[in-house]
Design a protein around this ligand. Structure first.
Ligand SMILES: Cc1cc2nc3c(=O)[nH]c(=O)nc-3n(C[C@H](O)[C@H](O)[C@H](O)COP(=O)(O)O)c2cc1C
Length: 347
């Protein structure tokens, strides 16, 4: 079974759904001492199988397959649907012309998505937005697969421990991408990654992995000093050669660094952190459909924006510290992180 002590770098490259975590990125991290993760939230079982097999042909290092735990959802009233569609159409860009209200099923079947995981047996299986259905953690353990689950506060962390998961990802408010809260309507304590890590390390017995705003070796060391066993880093990998980040998204991360990040639910229906752009500004306080129906609704607009090379209408998920992102090969980034950790140890 996977253990953090087997890593030469105390690092999980964060799962990032939406085509960013290519087999090449995942394998490069696993080959250089960390854990490489796939974000399979919206992927079909066929795609999950293909990606796992491709990565396993490139590495024998630890791979993490990550999924969302979707909650049952239904369409709101006709009037709310009209309002949500109207809010998007009022953006008046070509990309909104084809938008239509999505039909069921509103999200993939997790049990079907897990089938290729049971066959490929990656080292780790992880979940965002809550606990997986009954029996999943037990089944993972019976196949020698360790399980990690995101938490944004102590109550969620204690529930994860009680469910017999193997580690907790302590997601701070700085983190890029979706807030991993179990209940998106609950009050968000909005703790920083370091404060949350320190709190969880004090009250939980299983390993804690700090996530949010960790961009270099000194940041990793700070997380370890607060009691983490490793750091989970997403934004830091967005500009690596092997990642699937679209060119216009990369360009903004590297060259539009005066932009603040913002939490928005306008893309997906749930709060997620990314660079502010025309879309997030225009949609602030506008009606939207529940998660993930809004994500499906805005999908064609986001894909249109990628094809147009127009980052103003893409979801540019990124953490608060994105200005420290580095553009280089994954191997070079991991070597730098190694060197930076060594340098902080000598200080
Ligand atoms: C582009 C992007 C996509 C993400 N997608 C996922 C995901 O699919 N599953 C998940 O558990 N976390 C996801 N996250 C959150 C990360 O797991 C992690 O909490 C975050 O990247 C840490 O903050 P950082 O981006 O400042 O490093 C995503 C983050 C980013 C930046």
């Amino acid at each position: 079974m996977f253990s953090f002590t087997q890593l030469t770098l105390p690092l999980i490259q964060a799962p990032m759904a939406g085509g960013i975590t290519t087999p090449q990125l995942v394998a490069a991290v696993a080959n250089h001492g960390g854990v490489g993760s796939f974000g399979f939230a919206y992927s079909t079982p066929e795609k999950i199988h293909t990606d796992l097999v491709a990565a396993q042909s490139l590495t024998s290092g630890p791979i993490n397959a990550n999924f969302f735990v979707f909650s049952p959802v239904s369409l709101p009233s006709d009037q709310t649907q009209v309002n949500a569609l109207h809010a998007l159409r009022s953006l008046s860009v070509d990309g909104v012309k084809t938008l239509t209200i999505p039909a069921e099923p509103f999200y993939p079947n997790l049990i079907e998505q897990l089938e290729p995981v049971w066959k490929a047996r990656p080292a780790i299986l992880s979940f965002h937005f809550g606990l997986p259905p009954d029996g999943v953690i037990k089944k993972a353990h019976s196949l020698g697969i360790a399980v990690g689950i995101s938490a944004t506060n102590l109550a969620e962390a204690l529930a994860i421990e009680l469910a017999h998961a193997d580690f907790i990802v302590a997601q701070g408010i700085e983190a890029g991408g979706h807030r991993g809260q179990f209940d998106w309507q609950a009050n968000d304590e909005a703790l920083s990654a370091l404060d949350l890590t320190a709190q969880l390390a004090k009250h939980c017995r299983i390993p804690i992995v700090a996530a949010g705003g960790i961009m270099n070796g000194a940041h990793i060391q700070n997380a370890l000093a607060k009691g983490a066993q490793a750091a989970q880093m997403g934004t830091a990998f967005l500009c690596c050669d092997e990642s699937g980040t679209p060119p216009s998204y990369r360009h903004y991360l590297l060259h539009k660094q005066d932009r603040p990040t913002t939490l928005t639910k306008a893309f997906s229906g749930r709060q997620a952190r990314g660079l502010e752009n025309t879309f997030t500004r225009a949609m602030r306080d506008k009606p939207c459909l529940p998660f993930p129906i809004q994500n499906t609704l805005t999908g064609p607009l986001r894909q249109w924006a990628v094809v147009q090379n127009d980052a103003e209408y893409q979801s540019l998920w990124a953490g608060m510290a994105y200005a420290q992102v580095r553009s280089m090969s994954t191997a070079a980034l991991l070597q730098k992180l190694h060197d930076e950790i060594d340098a902080t140890k000598q200080m």
